[in-house]
Design a protein around this ligand. Structure first.
Ligand code: CMP
Length: 139
């Protein structure tokens, strides 16, 4: 069935003008970009979005990185969309990502790893609702 997932093109990627190259990989995989906007996250927004990682040692650095420049937030739709986008992204750590994935080709480090994608249907729904109103999703 068609499934929606939430994506962020992170500041390391927008800084290197990779939005289009990443979108090309997304679309080539058969995922449709049904909503998209470029924005500057506030510290509070980044802390809330990554709240599940609050106790992790990398939390403060992650928040600083995510507000270091513009991001592009997106909603992607496709068959088995959550797993499909995770395949397109590759492993969180680019050193472990497979050839041809976004993170293998573009990521700089485990932190500056170019993209975020939802890990499950519940988190996808939460993350989409955090950034987009229903009328902004045009499937
Ligand atoms: P993301 O999928 O956006 O979810 C949490 C982010 O934390 C992750 O991608 C990485 O960018 C970042 N991060 C930084 N250090 C680590 C780490 N040691 N393990 C997992 N994620 C990390």
């Amino acid at each position: 069935a068609l499934q929606r997932t939430f994506s962020i093109i992170k500041p390391d990627a927008t800084a290197r003008n990779l939005t289009g190259a990443i979108n090309a990989k997304i679309e080539a995989a058969g995922l449709r970009i049904i909503a998209q906007k470029r924005m500057q996250l506030s510290k509070a927004q980044a802390e809330t979005f990554y709240g599940v990682h609050k106790a992790r040692p990398f939390f403060n650095d992650l928040v600083s990185f995510m507000i270091s420049g513009p991001v592009v937030v997106q909603v992607l739709e496709g068959e088995n969309g959550i797993a499909k986008y995770r395949d397109v992204m590759g492993a969180t750590n680019p050193e472990q990502a497979e050839a041809g994935t976004i993170r293998k080709e573009f990521a700089e480090s485990i932190e500056a790893n170019s993209v975020h994608g939802s890990d499950a249907p519940e988190t996808a729904a939460e993350e989409i609702a955090y950034f987009f109103a229903g009328i902004e999703l045009v499937g």
